[in-house]
Design a binder for this molecule. Structure first.
Ligand SMILES: [Zn+2]
Length: 271
């Protein structure tokens, strides 16, 4: 279904935007629980500082943070700006996918995939690891999309073959490159999670778009490294010199969702 009527577009944008805000709040909570070893299925939302159970009025995306001036209502401890920022980002990502793909099966797939990307970005920022469960979830979403396509008359086996050939080509090439760089630099260049995530990107975008994706991810990664270096003041140690590459790959995936096809088409038209 396309978004032809302006009023309908506005309505869908509002609904999806609200969904994005609420999902952003949920994904924040999910990522926090994953990095702190808490059950993701059980337990009420609570302040990460004093442990007080949060009421409904504490859980309104963005607004709760604004009205409490970025502090816990119970203990007064600062609540990171990252929470409302993630909620807003999730809203923007969902709406951008809706406007690009309309109400379609592709949009559903990419909204689900970008939710997984958001969670693994948050865990990578905090712990320098991309949990395997997020990789499995992303592969599961792709497989569910292929099954849904089969019901809509597309050949699922061709889709499955193309996806996995691209995934293995991209993941394999990146793994090989990282092994060579490890040797040349004498230290780890890319984490195992990054290689797995690029395999997943290959499943979704095909190897041609992934060339563009890897370039974007490298540029973003370098920028993050430079900005991170400036932001750090005296925190030394091995981990402080690492750059979490997951968020850079995730951002590149989002850019690929929005304009990857056009960029590859434009590049090929040059020849
Ligand atoms: Zn508190």
């Amino acid at each position: 279904m396309s978004l032809d009527a302006p009023l309908f577009t506005v309505y869908c944008t509002c609904v999806v935007g609200l969904l994005g805000l609420c999902m952003g709040s949920f994904l924040n909570c999910l990522a926090w629980r994953m990095t702190h070893g808490e059950s993701v299925m059980h337990g009420r939302s609570h302040c990460t500082s004093c442990g007080h159970t949060l009421a409904a009025r504490d859980l309104v995306p963005v607004l709760s943070w604004l009205f409490s001036r970025g502090r816990c209502r119970y203990c007064g401890e600062r609540v990171s700006w990252r929470y409302p920022a993630t909620e807003l980002l999730c809203c923007v990502v969902y709406v951008s996918i809706l406007l690009r793909y309309g109400l379609s099966i592709e949009a559903t797939e990419l909204v689900a995939f970008s939710s997984v990307l958001l969670v693994l970005s948050l865990t990578d920022l905090d712990t320098y690891t991309i949990p395997n469960v997020t990789i499995v979830a992303a592969i599961g979403i792709r497989c569910a999309y292929i099954v849904a396509c089969a019901f809509m008359g597309r050949d699922p086996f061709v889709l499955l073959r193309d996806s996995f050939v691209s995934g293995l080509a991209v993941g394999g090439a990146v793994l090989l490159l990282s092994l060579v760089m490890d040797r040349a630099l004498g230290r780890d260049s890319l984490g195992g999670g990054d290689v797995k995530l690029l395999f997943v990107a290959g499943l979704y975008f095909g190897w041609q778009q992934c060339l563009f994706l890897v370039i974007v991810a490298c540029v973003v990664g370098i920028l993050m490294g430079v900005l991170g270096q400036r932001a750090r003041t005296g925190s030394q140690g091995e981990k402080s010199r690492l750059i979490p590459f997951g968020p850079a790959i995730a951002l590149a995936c989002w850019i690929c969702m929005l304009c990857g096809e056009q960029v590859v088409g434009w590049y090929l038209s040059l020849f």
